[in-house]
Design a binder for this molecule. Structure first.
Ligand SMILES: Cc1ncc(COP(=O)(O)O)c(C=O)c1O
Length: 411
């Protein structure tokens, strides 16, 4: 009765999440140190502002007048955001911006726009597991390029170029990257754009963590760097801690004719569903405007949360990490790489069982063995209590404990 895709979609939970459910059923509290839902960690857009902005916008939208690209004022507000951060207007022209219900669906649009069944989209490895599912639903395949931990999680550009095949249809760049925190510098972006140009490939630039840089600013962007076609994806989900609003966008830039062709097809894809809530679109200019101060405050709190995390982690030799340059996550390298450690699955399960702390083993993100991933965007009190406990458990030396082989990737 069901399609091949449907048979791959039954969401069986893995051992770690079964253990979490078991502990919760016994009444044990679990501190989730990995969820990217920052609202749960106290990062919430002021409620009074949400009510005021949406109230005003709803009065503006009593008559339904949809636009396949999204309301003009919403697209202008997005373009204005880029102008204010110093991007060239030609790369963020309101005429070439499409409003989407979040960046996840923008990915799906891109995959549908660029790939036929069986074509490949090149994504970073490791990465957030969202893209496997989007690719599956869009009927394309994911191929991966390597980010090299020994090189500060830089993109292995030679490797990337070597895995391009005749079926490759796009290169995905995630910067700041989830979960390594890598931010591509000017040179890396230029080199990537050069590869894209030589192989006539579009770049899909996922910039959802653009406002949360922990090092250098501004963020180097592929738009305007010379690739034939660039799709810049972002939205309010992380930027304003408003994931429930489902407001995102893609800005299309590059060679004029390619941009026009992309926009023509995107118009039809988007028109088929007209998916973004009209009130939210009408509210977008005010969310940008009144959200400015909120955005800066979140960014500051997140920088402080990272500084605290870094200080607490530094107290242990059991974990090491490459300092994230942006985003919400850090990949922790366990000290057991010599074969004496517990293994990442066992480490994650022990932290959950003994400390009630949930972090992910690195294989969830297709990382090499012996990593844990945590989100440091938490209440400082939670970090202050949980990280020392975590470090203490991970520092306990129990050599000879058999390491568990990583099961298959997936949350
Ligand atoms: C790298 C990355 N891209 C995209 C998304 C999805 O963002 P949105 O909420 O805009 O769909 C996430 C969500 O965590 C993410 O981590």
């Amino acid at each position: 009765m069901f399609s091949d895709i449907a048979t791959q979609l039954h969401g069986e939970s893995n051992a770690l999440y079964r253990l979490r459910d078991q502990l919760q059923a016994q009444g044990r509290g679990v501190r989730d140190l990995v969820s990217g839902n920052v609202n749960e960690s106290g990062y919430v857009f002021p409620q009074n502002l949400v009510e005021e902005i949406l109230g005003r916008a709803s009065r503006d939208c009593r008559v339904y007048r949809p636009d396949s690209f999204g309301q003009r004022r919403a697209r202008e507000a997005v373009a204005d955001f880029y102008r204010r951060v110093g991007c060239a207007g030609k790369d963020f022209d309101p005429a070439n911006i499409l409003i989407t219900p979040g960046s996840s669906l923008a990915y799906w649009y891109c995959f549908k726009l660029l790939g036929n069944a069986g074509d490949e989209i090149l994504c970073p490895r490791p990465s957030y597991p969202l893209f496997d599912y989007i690719a599956m639903l869009a009927g394309v395949k994911l191929a991966t390029y390597r980010m090299s931990e020994s090189d500060g999680w830089a993109i292995d550009l030679d490797y990337l170029e070597a895995v391009i095949t005749t079926r490759t249809r796009a290169i995905v760049l995630i910067s700041p990257h989830n979960p390594t925190g890598h931010v591509s510098g000017e040179e890396e972006v230029a080199a990537l754009a050069d590869i894209a140009r030589r192989h006539d490939l579009p770049i899909i630039s996922d910039e959802v963590f653009s406002e949360f840089l922990l090092g250098r600013e501004p963020l180097p962007r592929p738009a305007g760097a010379g690739a034939p076609l660039v799709f810049t994806l972002n939205g309010f989900s992380k930027m304003l801690a408003l994931p429930g609003l489902k407001f995102g966008w893609m800005a299309v830039s590059g060679d004029g004719e390619k941009v026009r062709e992309a926009m023509r097809a995107l118009e039809l894809i988007s028109d088929t569903f007209l998916p973004v809530n009209e009130v939210v679109q009408a509210a977008a200019p005010e969310f940008f405007q009144l959200g400015n101060a909120v955005r800066f405050e979140f960014a500051m709190r997140i920088r402080e949360a990272w500084r605290l995390t870094e200080r607490l982690l530094a107290e242990s030799a059991a974990v090491a990490c490459i300092k994230p340059q942006g985003g919400f996550y850090v990949a922790l390298k366990l000290d057991g790489a010599d074969g004496e450690g517990w293994g990442e699955e066992e480490a994650a399960q022990r932290l959950l069982r003994e400390n009630g702390i949930l972090v992910h083993p690195g294989y969830f993100y297709d990382m090499d063995p012996e990593h844990l991933v945590m989100c440091f965007v938490q209440d400082p009190k939670v970090l202050g209590a949980a990280i020392p406990e975590m470090v203490k458990t991970l520092s306990r030396d129990e050599p000879g404990t058999p390491r568990t082989a990583p099961p298959r990737k997936g949350l």
